[in-house]
Structure formats: C-alpha cells, structure tokens
Design a protein around this ligand. Structure first.
Ligand code: GLY
Length: 264
C-alpha cells in the first residue's frame, strides 16, 4: 500500500517564498479546492492519503515534499535553505517515525526534498539555493550504508532540481534542458518539455500513472504521444506559490520488510 502524506493549504500561503516568479494574488479557497482534487487523484491511484493539520503560520507548508526524503529503508528529515520553512519538518518527522528509521539533517547543512530525484538506488541531488554542499554530504553519510548512491546535478534558473526534471516512466525523464546539466543524469530516454512551457517538467509518477498539471497542454500532448497514461489536475493556484505536483505530497510504500533493521 502506498501512503501519501499531504498537508492542508495554509491560510497564509500568499506570504509564501518566491524565488523565480513574481508575486500574484492567491485565492486560498481555490487553492484548497485544487488541493482536494489532487488528493482525490492520489486516492484513485491507490494511495492512502494522510493529511496533516494546517499550519496557519507556515505559508509554504502545503509543499510537504521539501521536508523529507523517504526511501524504502529510512527517512531523512530535511533542513530547508530558507529559514521560513524549517519549522515545517517537526510534524512530518513525528508522522514518519511511525514508518521509517529517521535521520535528521543538521546545521550548516541545507536540503529541500524537491532537489532529490530518485532513480533506482541513485539519488540525483540538485545544487540549488535550497541545497548546499554540507546538506549533500550529510545525505551521502546517511544513505551510503544502505547502498544508495548520490550524484550531484547543477541546476540554474529554477527553484529545485524537480522543477527541471522528473521521472515519467521507469527510465524516462521529462526535462527542461535549459535549467539542468544533463551530463550527470543517466536516463535511457528523455522527453523535452515544449519550449513555450518552461515550468512543464514537474510531473508526479504514481505507479505507472502520471499526475500532471492541466496548464501545459503542449507538453501534455508530447507525454500522450509516448503512450504515457496521464491524470491531469488543475493546480494553477498552487503554482502561483511556486509549487507543482511533486511538492504537494510525500509518497512511499507503507511497509518495507527491512525497515526495522538499524544500521549503526
Ligand atoms: N514557495 C515554494 C518555495 O519557495 O519553497
């Protein structure tokens, strides 16, 4: 069974962090309604959705992906490159403790979950304004005993690695090549976004189905032309907060046979 941890949209979302897009008015009710639709799609795809309580004073807290990296054997609680987002991890850590052995990133390390793209036992990690060398080093120390590898990826012009590239099939990446250095990525197949839709590379793969925003029709056509099965969701109000579809959940297998095993 897949678990999807989500969090209700904060009433203060209009005060969210913005790095690469201009501030626009955000309608909280519309954002909440879109978020509910998103959760419903996850349920349809077989996820057990666990929604955490609203955090009125944490504007970006709906973007729960950034708070942790959940692997089959362990979970790492992240530490954002922006101070305003660091409190978000507290409640997430409490919940994840019920599923995984927890490791905690500490100062001076910073890392956002949105910078971590897992392909098999390799974690590609974006070097961005949110993720620094110390954060990447700590991640390597936590996961190496479990036989995962880390590959650093240079990212320019967008918030997170997963703004620029996401997995849309077992070995297929959806990519905006103008934001990411592809030399360190190793995929069998690439699908380029339509150049008129620079933010279109963020897609959420759940099993063999892709959750994808409605507002990128040209890139959506490219995905469908490759016979990828897509569930579209309107997350346009959340996108005004520089969010996307991967950011709004933490999805993982509920039980993993080895998750009681402690490596010291
Ligand atoms: N507003 C999303 C972020 O900056 O983390």
């Amino acid at each position: 069974m897949l678990v999807a941890i989500t969090r209700e949209v904060s009433p203060s979302i209009s005060q969210c962090e913005l790095t690469h897009i201009p501030r626009q008015e955000i309608n909280v009710e519309v954002a909440r309604s879109q978020h509910l639709q998103y959760e419903n799609v996850l349920r349809d795809l077989g996820c057990q959705v666990r929604r955490l309580s609203v955090e009125p004073n944490l504007p970006d807290s709906v973007f729960i992906e950034d708070t942790a990296i959940v692997l089959n054997e362990l979970a790492i609680i992240a530490r954002s490159g922006v101070a305003s987002r660091r409190e978000e991890t507290r409640s997430v850590a409490e919940v994840l403790r019920g599923y995984r052995t927890i490791f905690q990133l500490t100062s001076p390390g910073t890392l956002d979950g949105g910078d971590v793209l897992q392909i098999g036992r390799t974690l590609f990690v974006g070097n961005t304004s949110r993720t620094n060398e110390s954060g990447i080093k700590q991640l390597i120390d936590f996961i190496s005993p479990y036989e995962y590898k880390v590959e650093k990826v240079q990212v320019e012009g967008c918030l997170h690695l997963k703004s620029a590239v996401t997995l849309v099939g077992e070995e297929t990446l959806l990519i905006n090549r103008s934001w990411v250095d592809t030399r360190s990525l190793r995929a069998k197949e690439y699908i380029d976004i339509d150049p008129s839709e620079p933010y279109a590379a963020n897609a959420l793969l759940v099993g063999s189905e892709l959750v994808y925003p409605t507002i990128f029709p040209k890139t959506l056509r490219r995905l469908k032309d490759r016979d990828i099965s897509v569930r579209v969701v309107d997350v346009s109000e959340l996108q005004k907060a520089e969010g996307a579809v991967t950011c709004c959940s933490l999805i993982f297998e509920e039980k993993w046979p080895d998750n009681s095993k402690q490596i010291t």
